[in-house]
Design a binder for this molecule. Structure first.
Ligand code: GLU
Length: 448
């Protein structure tokens, strides 16, 4: 018996009951479940095997204490998480987020999204996410190192190139991956390159990994634009954030002939009408770790809007690349009114459910993060591939592979949206493609 809308609603209510207070997790689950009814009608075996109920329950959740000493010798206590959600398609794979807002529900929403995102890449990787409420902002390199060493002292026993392979996310870049890898190597006495991705290319990291999430998101939007006979050429774009994803989103938009007039950080927005100067952003964020407000001191014709919203700035293409729920219904309405024709999510779940509905009703192109930002983790899988063969590919070759993967994800999502009667509904397309790949493997593996 295929299950209908009502039973899906019941499953969702059970998820809410069993995971009280985890609002972001509820939101991520709801969005996926809402699009699955047609799949369950087409494949009744999924309901029979209780795939939805099983997929919403992580295979394993690890929560641990992370004690460390700051530069003044004071003891600090943080909480570490790793939620190993699903491993039917490959070893658990997904980033670590270090940010003061991190709670178990945050990691669970990210891990849940990661299952489908990773399945969409077509690479052999399962879904997981981890992190801590540690705030690296304002911390010295030594403090970050001590925190990472303590974090890995516990986490190492749960990892392995065939078990679980973390990478970066917000607050975790090549510096943190270096400290984590060093401690893993020390704890295990194994130079196991493929146990972490996002490593520096000097010691096993893949070229293009740093650029991959941003580049991939722009490739995806470019594919969407093509379906309407459009391109980035001459388009006015805004990008939220100014971290790793935002920086390489801007870089690829510029390469494709677009103009990025705004970016931001948690303090405010930079509006630069003649176009954001990317070298300045890179210098401020990648080298000096400064606030984006400093940009306006260096470019007198740019405007800093403290506490402002990038979504107030008129644009044709919007790329939310900061964090979850940064683009709400009001912001979506303003974007549509101002003539925005495409939205591509470099961040995970940056648009609220109301915002998504507004984009869909306005029939503008909208790419959910699990499809649009899959280039990061896809390139992590390419890094694992290089590590496994003790090889290192050229930038050009790796970028070509990334481009192919993003084009293929777009094709699969688009064709599925057509097959299921909602052409251009990339939310439906991405959820159905990702879910079906995972569900088929879960059925094949028996009750595990
Ligand atoms: N944190 C990234 C994401 O959200 C990348 C994960 C990875 O490379 O494993 O997909």
């Amino acid at each position: 018996m295929p299950i209908g809308r009502e039973q899906i609603e019941q499953i969702y209510e059970q998820v809410v009951r069993r995971n009280p207070g985890e609002l972001e997790f509820h939101q991520a689950v709801k969005e996926v479940l809402e699009t699955l009814t047609p799949v369950l009608t087409k494949y009744p075996q999924f309901a029979e095997h209780k795939i939805i109920q099983r997929i919403c329950e992580p295979e394993r959740q690890i929560i641990f204490r992370v004690p460390w000493q700051d530069d003044r010798g004071e003891v600090q206590i943080n909480r570490g998480f790793r939620v190993q959600f699903n491993s039917v398609l490959g070893p658990y794979k997904g980033g670590l987020r270090f940010h003061p807002s991190v709670l178990l529900g945050t990691i669970k929403f990210l891990g849940f999204e990661q299952i489908f995102k990773n399945a969409l890449t077509g690479m052999p990787i399962g879904g997981a996410k981890g992190g801590s409420d540690f705030d690296p902002k304002g911390r010295s390199d030594d403090e970050v190192m001590r925190f990472c060493q303590s974090f890995m002292t516990e986490l190492h026993r749960h990892l392995g190139e065939y078990t679980d392979v973390p990478a970066g996310d917000i607050g975790v870049g090549a510096r943190e991956i270096g400290y984590l890898f060093g401690q893993y190597k020390r704890m295990t006495n194994r130079y196991e390159s493929a146990v972490l991705t996002g490593k520096s290319p000097h010691w096993g990291g893949a070229l293009v990994r740093k650029e991959a999430t941003g580049y991939g998101a722009v490739y995806f939007v470019d594919e969407m634009l093509k379906t309407r006979g459009e391109s980035f050429e001459g388009k006015v774009c805004v990008v939220s954030g100014s971290g790793n994803v935002a920086i390489y989103t801007i870089e690829k938009i510029l390469e494709l002939g677009g103009r990025v007039v705004a970016c931001s950080d948690s303090g405010g927005v930079i509006y630069h009408e003649r176009g954001i100067d990317l070298d300045t952003v890179k210098q401020l964020k990648e080298v000096e770790r400064k606030r984006i407000s400093v940009y306006a001191d260096l470019h007198k014709d740019a405007k800093y809007i403290p506490g402002g919203s990038v979504w107030d700035i008129p644009c044709q293409v919007a790329m939310p690349s900061a964090t979850q729920n940064e683009l709400d219904g009001d912001a979506a309405r303003r974007l549509v009114t101002n003539g925005c024709i495409a939205v591509g999510e470099g961040a995970n779940m940056p648009t609220t459910p109301e915002g998504v509905r507004i984009f869909q009703e306005a029939k503008i192109l909208y790419a959910p993060g699990k499809a649009a930002n899959a280039g990061g983790v896809a390139t992590s899988a390419l890094e694992m591939q290089q590590n496994a063969s003790r090889d290192a590919w050229s930038f050009e070759h790796t970028e070509r592979r990334l481009h192919e993967i993003m084009t293929e994800i777009h094709r699969a999502c688009y064709e599925t949206s057509v097959e299921f009667g909602s052409p251009g509904n990339y939310v439906l397309g991405a959820n159905i493609v990702g879910f079906t790949r995972v569900a088929e493997a879960m059925v094949a593996f028996g009750l595990i």
